[in-house]
Design a binder for this molecule. Structure first.
Ligand code: SF4
Length: 363
């Protein structure tokens, strides 16, 4: 009988889903992913986890409980680093211990440490350990790792987001790309582009590339993938934007080369992997002129966001004057208040686009 490996649909599932599923399937295991987040999963997580933890960690506990009795192993890796010379949030490092001591009656945990701070070889080392835990030989594990890595390189952009956009009724994001008559933005016009010219001057003003009347508003959504793509926790933010005729960009839609180019402009390299990604992506969206505003989606109590979002906000305001709103979610957040703030923000962006040439809408 095939070994069943349970994967919580939470935290790094939203970044490495295609890798994990490909890896364990190639090892001959049956992969069981926990259900999409719902009220019961959230309530279970909140009741079982320590109060001090942030919302995504509580939610992770709920997803582990959802897999109880359905799998022989549950994947709870001890993430330390996923990129050279960078770390990730320490909450990930303590996760296997927290799960083991708070939730009882669980199957075996695959709690291998993943540490790629010194080199990518840390990933292979972790994979071999995981393979051993579920009884797979070394050669088969190496082959599975290579296959999963290939699949991951092809599909890093999370499919759930793609579906969110594609299923949106009257999706302007897709329509605007299908239409051959899509208004050309000033940035696409090459030589005469005022944005490109202005970038050469020291006092680069905010690019005015998206002011065509038929061009939909576009918002950059900055947040951890496990907040942004979890439709329950994000209160379906991406779909709400699409259904209001607003395009969305996320960190994952920006090329890593562009992210690194902007992040390298910081005086010191970022300590956190997420910090580099979020800062570089936000600055790229602002400089390219593709967004009218930013929404920083954060969970209450997140130490990394309190630092990174503040840095992004100061640099975006100072250099580009683009509006930015921080939307904080926790287990008590009400959807009505969230919607009101979102609608007010979109109205302000619309008003600003129509009127800012006459009266400054942003102070
Ligand atoms: S980065 Fe923030 S939201 Fe994510 S696990 Fe750490 S504290 Fe929680």
């Amino acid at each position: 009988m095939r070994v069943k490996v349970g994967i919580p649909r939470s935290l790094f599932y939203y970044r490495f889903a295609s890798f994990w599923e490909g890896f364990f399937t190639a090892l001959g295991a049956e992969v069981i992913v926990s259900d999409p987040t719902n009220k019961r999963i959230l309530d279970d997580g909140v009741k079982s986890c320590v109060d001090e933890a942030c919302l995504p960690i509580k939610l992770f506990c709920g997803h582990v409980m959802n897999l109880k009795g359905r799998a022989d192993y549950i994947l709870v890796p001890r993430f330390t680093s996923i990129s050279k010379n960078e770390y990730i949030c320490p909450e990930f490092g303590g996760l296997p211990d927290m799960i083991r001591h708070t939730l009882k009656g669980l199957p075996k945990l695959i709690d291998t440490e993943i540490n790629m701070r010194k080199s990518d070889r840390g990933g292979m080392k972790a994979a071999i350990e995981m393979g051993e835990m579920i009884g797979a030989g070394r050669r088969r594990t190496i082959k599975a790792f290579q296959l999963a890595s290939q699949a991951f390189r092809k599909d890093q952009f999370h499919t759930e987001f793609r579906e969110t956009v594609q299923k949106g009724e009257n999706c302007p994001w897709l329509e605007s790309r299908k239409s051959e008559n899509r208004p050309q933005t000033e940035c696409q016009k090459g030589e005469n582009c005022p944005h490109l010219k202005s970038q050469k001057s020291k006092n680069c003003p905010r690019p005015k590339s998206r002011k065509g009347e038929n061009c939909p508003l576009c918002v950059g959504v900055i947040g951890h993938p496990y907040n942004v793509y979890d439709r329950y926790i994000s209160m379906d933010l991406l779909r709400k934007l699409v259904n209001r005729g607003v395009e969305a960009r996320t960190i994952e839609t920006v090329d890593e080369a562009d992210i690194n180019r902007h992040a390298s402009g910081l005086r010191k390299p970022m300590f956190w992997n997420y910090g580099r990604m979020a800062y570089g992506a936000a600055l790229h969206m602002a400089e390219s002129g593709e967004v009218d505003g930013f929404i920083c989606l954060t969970s209450f109590g997140c130490g990394i966001d309190s630092f990174v979002n503040d840095l992004i906000e100061r640099h975006i305001r100072r250099r580009y004057g683009i509006p930015l709103i921080t939307m904080t979610v926790d287990e008590h957040s009400g959807e009505a208040g969230f919607n009101t703030r979102l609608e007010a923000f979109i109205d302000m962006l619309q008003w600003r686009r129509q009127n800012e040439d006459h009266i400054s809408a942003s102070g």
